[in-house]
Design a protein around this ligand. Structure first.
Ligand code: ZN
Length: 183
C-alpha cells in the first residue's frame, strides 16, 4: 500500500538528520505549486524562495503557458522575488526550495541571484546539474557558492512526475487511436 503525502513527510521527519520542520513545510508548499503546474498541463515542478521564514518569491514550471523556454519554476521564483524587492540580487541567507534538481540554466541564475541555500526534492538523472550529470555549484571558478541539499520529499515529487508522464503517454495513445480511426 502506498503512503499518503503527509505520511511520507512524517516518515522523513522521523528519519532525517538535518531537515527542520520549516524545511518540510516549505518543500510541501513547493509541491502544491508543482501540482498547480500539472493541472495547467505543465511538467510539475514548483519552487519557493524563503527569507526569514517568509516567502519572497514563488513559481511553477510554465514554459508552455508563457511561451517561454526559460520559464522554469526556479527562474519564475527568482523574478518574482527580485521584482518584489526591487533588487537583482537576493538578501543574504535566502533559501530556494524546488521539487526537482535544477538544470544548467537555473543553477546559473541561482548563482547570479546569490541564493544561499538550495534544497531540492527529486533528482533529475538525465540533465540535473547539482549532482546527477555534473555538480555545477561545487565548481571553484564561480564567485558565489551555494550550499546544496537533496532528497527532501523526493519520493512525493518523483511520484507526482511519474504520474504526470504516465497520464500524458496514455492521452497521446488515446489521441493516436482516435486519429487512426479516420485514416
Ligand atoms: Zn531549470
Amino acid at each position: 500500500m502506498s503512503l499518503q503525502p503527509h505520511q511520507i513527510i512524517r516518515q522523513q521527519l522521523m528519519t532525517s538528520k538535518f531537515w527542520s520542520v520549516q524545511d518540510v513545510h516549505w518543500m510541501e508548499y513547493a509541491l502544491t505549486l508543482a501540482k498547480q503546474g500539472a493541472e495547467c498541463g505543465e511538467v510539475p515542478v514548483g519552487a519557493v524562495l524563503v527569507h526569514d521564514e517568509m516567502i519572497i518569491g514563488s513559481g511553477f514550471n510554465e514554459p508552455i503557458g508563457r511561451h517561454d523556454a526559460t520559464a522554469h519554476a526556479e527562474i519564475l521564483a527568482l523574478r518574482d522575488a527580485c521584482l518584489r524587492l526591487n533588487n537583482y540580487r537576493l538578501p543574504l541567507h535566502t533559501t530556494l526550495y524546488v521539487t526537482l534538481e535544477p538544470c544548467t540554466m537555473c543553477v546559473g541564475a541561482l548563482i547570479h541571484a546569490r541564493v544561499d541555500r538550495l534544497i531540492y526534492a527529486a533528482s533529475e538523472p538525465r540533465a540535473g546539474m547539482v549532482g546527477s550529470q555534473m555538480n555545477l555549484p561545487a565548481e571553484p571558478f564561480y564567485n558565489h557558492h551555494i550550499k546544496t541539499y537533496q532528497g527532501l520529499c523526493a519520493e512525493h515529487s518523483s511520484q507526482m512526475l511519474k504520474y504526470f508522464f504516465r497520464q500524458r503517454r496514455q492521452m497521446a495513445k488515446k489521441n493516436k487511436a482516435r486519429v487512426s480511426q479516420f485514416i
